[in-house]
Design a protein around this ligand. Structure first.
Ligand code: HPA
Length: 274
């Protein structure tokens, strides 16, 4: 058994000892999205530091706990707060919780984040479905020895974000009376925001959204054959010709606004999947 597999099993054992239900869905709540965790019923909560081999979160507005329970009767496990590459963790550490969620039984992973919008059709606080991604982190969580029992050496990335799930999300948004936009997400290492020249470059590379997370989690989820659905909330506009300084409070404010829409959308999607 690989060292990684052993660590995953140790984390799963601690969780299953208190919450024996296999989750259908894993949910990663990004910046400002903690509100959704409050909707989880019959919750059993684990501080990250109480789960073996979990890193400890340092980012602001990230609570750092795993919330296990049900949403509309569907069992799920939610990360309230995630780990970022810019905090200094390796991508293997960043994505360890995804491996645990998969090993607990979650077959679908829903990822959320705050992102800069580079598509001029986006507006602040828009919720955007991620249709595809570009990895510009300069690293990969799958680098190193591969445990074939977890997934293949060369995972396919034809459809990293499940088209059928995006369709479900889009229908659920219509039911709520809004149109779900979609776009390509590019992951950068951060922690600085982009220069004008960088936003221009990223746009020309084909990206609509830029952020500092999500891609590592998606890669590991796909490695373990999970279906992935990803959402960005547009917290600032990365339009090179109209760029102005952004502070973290503005980002958090827009994330909270978009988070309210996502907190209505995600339970509908979960109900459809359950
Ligand atoms: N760039 C990178 N990451 C981000 C941004 C951005 O403009 N906004 C929120 N996360």
């Amino acid at each position: 058994m690989s060292e990684l597999r052993k660590r995953i099993d140790e984390a799963c054992q601690v969780i299953s000892a208190q919450w024996a239900t296999p989750p259908a869905i894993g949910l990663v709540l990004g910046t400002g999205l903690g509100g959704l965790a409050e909707q989880i019923e019959n919750a059993t909560t684990f501080a990250y530091e109480d789960i073996p081999h979990f890193p400890v979160s340092t980012a602001p507005s990230h609570a750092g706990q795993l919330v296990c329970g049900t949403l509309g009767g569907v069992p799920l496990v939610a990360m309230e707060g995630r780990f970022h590459f810019y905090e200094g963790y390796s991508l293997a550490e960043v994505t360890f919780p995804v491996r645990v969620m998969s090993s607990l039984g979650a077959e679908t992973l829903v990822l959320t984040n705050a992102a800069g919008g580079m598509n001029p059709e986006f507006e602040l606080a828009d919720v955007v479905a991620i249709s595809d991604h570009i990895n510009l982190l300069g690293d990969n969580p799958l680098r190193g020895p591969n445990d074939d029992s977890l997934g293949p050496r060369f995972p396919d990335m034809c459809d990293p974000y499940d088209p059928a799930l995006i369709q479900v999300a889009s229908e659920c948004a219509s039911e709520l009376g809004w149109e779900l936009k979609s776009g390509v997400f590019v992951a950068v290492a951060g922690p600085n925001l982009e220069t004008r020249a960088e936003y221009r470059m990223l746009r020309r590379l084909g990206a609509d959204l830029v952020g500092m997370s999500t891609v590592p989690e998606c890669l590991v989820a796909r490695h373990m054959s999970m279906k992935v659905l990803g959402f960005s909330i547009v917290t600032d506009m990365g339009l090179p010709e109209e760029l102005h300084p952004v502070d973290i409070d503005m980002v958090l404010e827009q994330a909270a606004r978009g988070g309210q829409s996502l907190a209505e959308l995600i339970p509908r999607i979960v109900a459809r999947l359950g």
